[in-house]
Unconditional design. Structure first.
Length: 163
């Protein structure tokens, strides 16, 4: 019984270390990696948005959670653009037609560009879609969101406004 209790105590004492290790994503508090990407329609560089709050969203037209969050991204862009918030969306779509249909069907009102090689995703260490990085006006990474987000939730809107 004493050995069992010792094992339980040891497990409980180590549990928080596992839960709290590595909670801050790599790069938070540092300058966001700059990039330039070209697709068939435009050339986009992160640097061209300096002085604005950038919501850097990695997505794809075939990604169900990306589809789920798109209406809230469109609405948030409309609401917060006058306050200097810009959504910059990088699509992993390889299929140009699927990408174009998505933009049209969802009324995309923010800057988006295709990166079918996923070079920018690799630069940021993105491991799944959607993933979104918040970059402040000085170009510093402030937060990372993994999976679908309600971009109109009061907490998210207040966070963006606070930058």
């Amino acid at each position: 019984m004493k050995i069992f209790l010792l094992v339980i105590c040891l497990a409980v004492s180590l549990f928080p270390a596992g839960c709290y290790s590595n909670t801050q994503p790599k790069g938070i508090g540092r300058a966001a990696p700059n990039f330039t990407v070209w697709d068939s329609e435009r050339k986009v560089s992160l640097g061209q948005f300096r002085g604005q709050i950038v919501v850097l969203n990695f997505w794809a037209s075939w990604c169900a959670p990306c589809i789920a969050e798109t209406p809230s991204l469109v609405n948030m862009q409309r609401q917060l653009q006058p306050k200097g918030v810009v959504v910059l969306a990088i699509s992993a779509d390889k299929d140009q037609d699927a990408y174009d249909r998505f933009l049209k069907n969802y009324g995309i009102n923010f800057v988006t560009v295709r990166d079918p090689t996923a070079a920018i995703q690799d630069l940021y260490g993105t491991s799944q879609l959607p993933e979104t990085y918040i970059i402040d006006r000085a170009g510093i990474l402030r937060r990372k969101f993994v999976n679908s987000v309600d971009w109109n939730s009061p907490e998210v809107v207040e966070f963006l406004k606070s930058l």
